[in-house]
Design a protein around this ligand. Structure first.
Ligand code: UT7
Length: 323
């Protein structure tokens, strides 16, 4: 049975770091409120003119280097973003050209904060189906471009960045002892659109729009749906929460992450946390967390990793893999 193995991870964060205190003279908020309600301490913002594809290209180069591969080895690029450079073409094709790749496929996936999980599950399916041997999966975002800077309930939460992984096909026995992606679970329920959306778009308004969120309602869905999708994905892999060595969650809010880990019986020292330094980078948050932890040598071969995310749609899902 073909399995998709992670051969390399990489990330890029824009140079500009904005501490919580930056918001204090602009809005009625405080470092104390942001830290205690979200776990966020700082975030990175892209420079003027720095695009989602710029971030994605840098993260992809870093992942290729860690994988010991050249761009010519790659058969396709799947890029998750809700903040594309342009309405079209796909940001993935801009990254493809920037990397000097002129064969294979490149397309975007749009599942907001769950985008990387959706992209990873799709790349895994393509690899197992024999459509590609090596796929670059990228999450890249510039959410600073869709913030309403007068809305304290949203603009303090998000940041910019990109992360990438290189997936490669390898034969496995078809058991949960295999290395690589073991199972995934993807869900969407469009009736919850009003909880988290952008109030502009090509067809509806002809504008870009700003992010709108009913944070406390999303919070409630998040804790319940993340634990449930994690349980489903683990069950499909023939595993339980007790088998998980590392939870690598979407980094939206430390309180959501802690509550989900607790529901799964996982102590916080088994959770990769980057929310303090990155804020919520939407589809980039999981590959950023993977790359930071991998770069620090935290994952050992054979360990079980669980990723999970929820975002606008609502869309949510989980991927289980053996490192
Ligand atoms: O990544 C995609 C998925 N998104 C998420 O997972 C985000 C989910 N939601 C959350 O993380 C949390 O709901 C928030 C961090 C957004 C908000 O935390 P909360 O504990 O749910 O607070 P709340 O929305 O219930 O608001 C509590 C109070 C309100 O004041 P009143 O009405 O009680 O007087 C807000 O106006 O906190 C106020 N508030 C703030 N105060 C200071 C909201 N934002 C701020 C702020 N600074 N930045």
């Amino acid at each position: 049975m073909r399995r998709a193995i992670i051969r390399g991870t990489g990330h890029y964060l824009p140079e500009r770091i904005v501490e919580n205190s930056w918001f204090e003279d602009k809005l009625e908020t405080s470092d104390e409120w942001i830290r205690s309600r979200t776990g966020i301490e700082r975030r990175h913002f892209a420079a003027e003119g720095q695009t989602t594809s710029d971030l994605g290209i840098r993260a992809a180069r870093a992942a290729l280097e860690r994988a010991g591969m050249a761009i010519g080895d790659i058969d396709g690029i799947i890029l998750a973003t809700s903040t594309p450079d342009f309405t079209f073409p796909a940001t993935a094709t801009i990254v493809q050209a920037g990397l000097g790749m002129s064969r294979g496929f490149a397309f975007d996936v749009q599942a907001v904060c769950a985008g990387f999980v959706f992209a990873l599950a799709n790349a895994d399916a393509m690899i197992r189906a024999g459509q590609a041997d090596r796929i670059l999966v990228i999450g890249a975002e510039t959410f600073s471009r869709i913030m309403d800077w007068t809305d304290r309930g949203t603009c303090v939460l998000f940041g910019d960045g990109a992360g990438a992984v290189v997936l490669e096909a390898q034969d496995g026995a078809g058991t949960s002892d295999d290395r690589g992606i073991l199972a995934s679970d993807l869900n969407s329920d469009g009736k919850y659109r009003e909880l988290l959306y952008v109030d502009g778009g090509v067809s509806a308004t002809g504008t870009v729009g700003k992010l709108r969120m009913q944070g406390n309602l999303v919070f409630r869905h998040a804790v319940e749906k993340l634990a449930s999708t994690a349980h489903t994905a683990l069950g499909r892999a023939g595993l339980t929460g007790a088998d998980v060595d590392w939870l690598v969650p979407h980094q939206a809010n430390l309180r959501i992450i802690s509550a989900t880990a607790q529901k799964m019986g996982l102590p916080l020292d088994k959770v990769v946390l980057t929310v303090a330094d990155h804020g919520n980078t939407s589809a980039a948050s999981i590959p950023l967390a993977l790359s930071v932890a991998d770069g620090a040598g935290r994952f050992a071969p054979g360990q079980v990793l669980l990723t999970e995310a929820i975002g606008g749609g609502l869309s949510w899902g989980a991927v289980v893999l053996r490192w």
